[in-house]
Design a protein around this ligand. Structure first.
Ligand SMILES: O=C(O)CCC(=O)C(=O)O
Length: 292
């Protein structure tokens, strides 16, 4: 008998149906998880610094995250904290820059439990444990909503300068909640750029846009539910949203549990949360910062 069809005794009235349904579901999910990425995907990530994983989240999960984003935006407006988080700088002419809008908020898993579930989703864990290793921690979470017509651009940059770590295991998992393409500002990456190590940025923010225009990157179009994983040394960015469609992403940043920060910067609530495995550093479970 196939494992998924096995009936397991339990005390429910309708026990055989309930339990065999549950067992089958678990097995289907487990099979799906195991198949999330293969060895050659891990090799691709190590060589190229990024990998796109299709259909990590299903339609219902995507819908839940979209609803949660709407609610966060609504509460931000009510709290009078709905700011424009579009990046500033010399990468675009000032008159163009001032029209651009980004709805970006950090710590989204503290705003809505949907994101706490998403960042620990079994399919995410399956990919993360292959790309990072058995012991994975959350670093932070955020949402990036590019509205239609004037959604903000991200000049090419590495994430490294924002939160440098010793072993460079840090990666972003950017979850697409809409179809993303070149028209509505999908992500671009420079394959293999992570191998160059930390690059000089303008301030700490972005790379010289003349040397690194967004157009030199490889576009990463995606469908809702797909997740793009990229190392924090991988050069990436995205163009403006010129379409009539919104582009919503949520981004989780993760690291290996023994990869420690080299600078006292960028501390967020929930940093160090164990996403899978165990913390091998028994004496380092409290964040090293003061509550003000
Ligand atoms: O979502 C995007 O378009 C880019 C986000 C990004 O580059 C970042 O948050 O570092």
């Amino acid at each position: 008998m196939a494992e998924k069809d096995k009936k397991v005794s339990c005390s429910n009235k309708d026990h055989s149906v309930v339990k065999s349904y549950t067992t089958a579901n678990l097995i289907i999910l487990k099979t799906g998880e195991d198949k999330m990425i293969k060895e050659n995907d891990v090799d691709f990530y190590n060589e190229s610094g990024y990998v796109m994983v299709k259909s990590v989240f299903n339609k219902q999960e995507v819908e839940e995250m979209r609803d949660a984003i709407d609610k966060i935006l609504h509460r931000a407006t009510q709290a009078n904290l709905d700011r424009n988080h579009a990046w500033k700088g010399d990468f675009l002419p000032p008159e163009q820059l001032k029209k651009l809008v980004l709805k970006g908020f950090h710590d989204i898993h503290y705003h809505d439990s949907t994101f706490a579930r998403a960042l620990m989703h079994p399919k995410m864990v399956s990919v993360l444990s292959k790309l990072i290793g058995p012991n994975v921690q959350l670093h932070h979470s955020k949402m990036l909503v590019k509205p239609p017509e004037n959604g903000a651009a991200f000049p090419m940059h590495q994430d490294y300068p924002y939160f440098p770590h010793q072993n460079h295991t840090m990666l972003a998992a950017t979850v697409h909640l809409d179809v993303a393409d070149e028209e509505n500002g999908c992500l671009y990456v420079i394959p293999g750029s992570h191998k160059k190590g930390p690059l000089p940025h303008v301030g700490v923010h972005y790379l010289n846009h003349k040397e690194y225009p967004i157009s030199i990157g490889t576009p990463c179009p995606a469908e809702a539910g797909d997740v793009l994983f990229f190392n924090y040394l991988t050069v990436h960015g995205s163009d403006c949203n010129r379409s009539s469609r919104t582009r919503r992403n949520v981004l989780f940043q993760y690291r290996e549990a023994s990869d420690f920060p080299t600078k006292n910067v960028h501390f967020d609530w929930g940093m160090g949360l164990m996403v899978c495995g165990e913390n091998p550093n028994f004496d380092k479970v409290k964040p090293n910062f003061q509550i003000v």
